[in-house]
Design a protein around this ligand. Structure first.
Ligand SMILES: Nc1ncnc2c1ncn2[C@@H]1O[C@H](COP(=O)(O)OP(=O)(O)OP(=O)(O)O)[C@@H](O)[C@H]1O
Ligand SMILES: [Mg+2]
Length: 443
């Protein structure tokens, strides 16, 4: 190798060296620039993404479907609340009647949490209670639990508790073996010194209890149970103790079946109505507040016309469907009529939302059930049924005059049918229930 070649090779090495260094420099610069860009922009990108997600999460309608509406989920129904409070403050015993899902329990819960001055309110649900003694035991337990933590009642509670072994998981256990909780309850009330306070005992699903007793223990026990409750309402201490009975099945219907209407004729009967148009607007506005769902008046009126029977439950379900349809929103969206149509269709896909109504009919005997089913099938197909057609169907099931009218009354009470427009013609209250029945039961 001559000197020239050597010089060339050296040159090549040097060039290679410089190029490698240059590459490294470019690579480093790239990394540096990337770092700077990431530092500047990533937080911004993340923030945009997170706030979008946060907004999406925050933008939820405040709906509640099925459970008791409490706190900020409760829409204050002034008319109904006022109606109940007026009777309570007037010292009456009340029977609240309304079909399923109209909002009875939610109203009672609101009144319990916001009682009138000097009133203490106790609530219990006796749906699964099957005997009179179990009923009075549950009542006594609930009352003792309410009072035992209150200092001003210590003396009266102690007087009563002195003969009690203790309060176990299962509630109060009294020393004697065979206990008659009805008498224990009376004894307790006699020892209880309420001073200026008044006690209101709210018993939810009371009619169901009467029905359970009727089914499990027979008519005599059911009659006896009604009489004991009446006696309780008429004792001396009653001036400061009042009762509010409620339930989704009609107490009047159950009681008239066993011809004991007299046993409840001291109760003031209050009907909880569906919402009116203004309340419907109020409820929709309340549950969609800050949710990014905009229901303008036109659309709300469209809902009102389509829904007809404006029970809070259906409104909650409808808004919930819209909320889910628009779950990806992070800015306000105006709801259109077509979307309401879609939501109505989606509402009907939930079998369980409406099966309460159907389940309720299962407590009828076979002929009564088949009669009721045929009537409802007919109305779901033909929009209405006349009294004479109803009579004809009743003959098919060889039901006498009283029987079929009682079943018809139950269908009215349970919220299926009404004959308000024309006394001789029955229609579904709710187009939703009608379509649901047509699709799921009739066909
Ligand atoms: N005041 C209210 N505010 C908001 N939603 C309500 C209100 N009342 C009822 N609802 C709606 O209706 C549903 C049923 O309410 P609630 O349980 O109070 O009715 P109910 O008449 O006691 O029903 P059931 O006959 O089945 O016992 C609730 O889950 C809620 O969706
Ligand atoms: Mg209820």
């Amino acid at each position: 190798m001559n000197t020239r070649d050597k010089a060339w090779i050296t040159m090549l090495f040097i060039c290679n060296y410089i190029l490698t260094k240059l590459n490294l420099l470019i690579y480093m610069t790239k990394i540096f620039l990337l770092k700077i860009l990431t530092k500047i922009f990533l937080p911004y990108i993340l923030e945009v993404y997170i706030t979008k997600r946060e907004r999406m999460i925050k933008m939820r309608a405040n709906t509640i479907v099925g459970q008791v509406a409490r706190g900020d989920k409760f829409f204050k129904r002034d008319i109904e609340i006022e109606k109940i409070l007026r009777q309570i403050e007037g010292g009456r015993n009340i029977l609240i009647s309304a079909p399923r899902r109209v909002g009875k329990t939610s109203l009672m819960s609101y009144i319990k949490e916001n009682p009138p001055k000097d009133y203490r309110i106790i609530y219990l649900n006796t749906e699964s209670v099957n005997s009179g003694n179990e009923f009075f035991k549950k009542l006594l337990n609930t009352i003792i639990r309410e009072f035992e933590s209150l200092k001003k009642y210590t003396v009266s509670i102690k007087k009563f508790l002195s003969k009690i072994d203790g309060i176990g998981k299962d509630g109060v256990t009294l020393s004697d073996k065979e206990l008659n909780y009805f008498f224990e309850l009376i004894d307790f009330f006699e020892k209880l010194n309420l001073e200026n306070e008044k006690l209101v005992i709210m018993i939810d699903e009371y009619a169901q209890t009467v029905q359970n007793i009727l089914k499990n223990e027979g008519k005599e026990r059911a009659v006896n149970f009604l009489q004991m409750n009446r006696e309780l309402r008429q004792k001396d201490f009653t001036k400061s103790i009042q009762y509010v009975y409620a339930g989704s099945i009609g107490l009047e219907n159950v009681v008239s079946k066993i011809e004991r209407t007299n046993d409840i004729n001291d109760l003031v009967s209050l009907k909880v109505n569906p919402l009116d148009n203004e309340e419907t607007k109020g409820l929709i506005n309340q549950i969609t507040k800050d949710s990014g769902l905009v229901f303008n008046d036109d659309v709300i009126n469209y809902i009102i016309t389509k829904m007809e029977w404006l029970i809070p439950y259906y409104i909650q379900i409808l808004v919930d469907e819209i909320d889910q349809m628009k779950s990806k929103r992070d800015v306000a969206v105006v709801i259109e009529k077509e979307e309401i149509e879609m939501a109505f269709e989606k509402m009907l896909e939930h079998r369980t939302y409406y099966s309460y109504w159907h389940e309720r009919l299962r407590s009828l005997n076979k002929d009564e059930y088949n009669f009721a089913k045929e009537i409802l099938n007919f109305v779901s197909e033909n929009d209405k049924i006349s009294s004479s057609e109803i009579f004809n169907v009743s003959q098919k099931y060889s039901m006498d005059n009283v029987d079929y009218k009682e079943v018809l009354n139950e269908l009215k009470h349970d919220g299926y049918l009404n004959n308000e427009e024309n006394i001789k013609e029955y229609k579904f209250n709710s187009p939703i229930l009608k379509v649901w029945w047509y699709r799921n039961v009739a066909n």
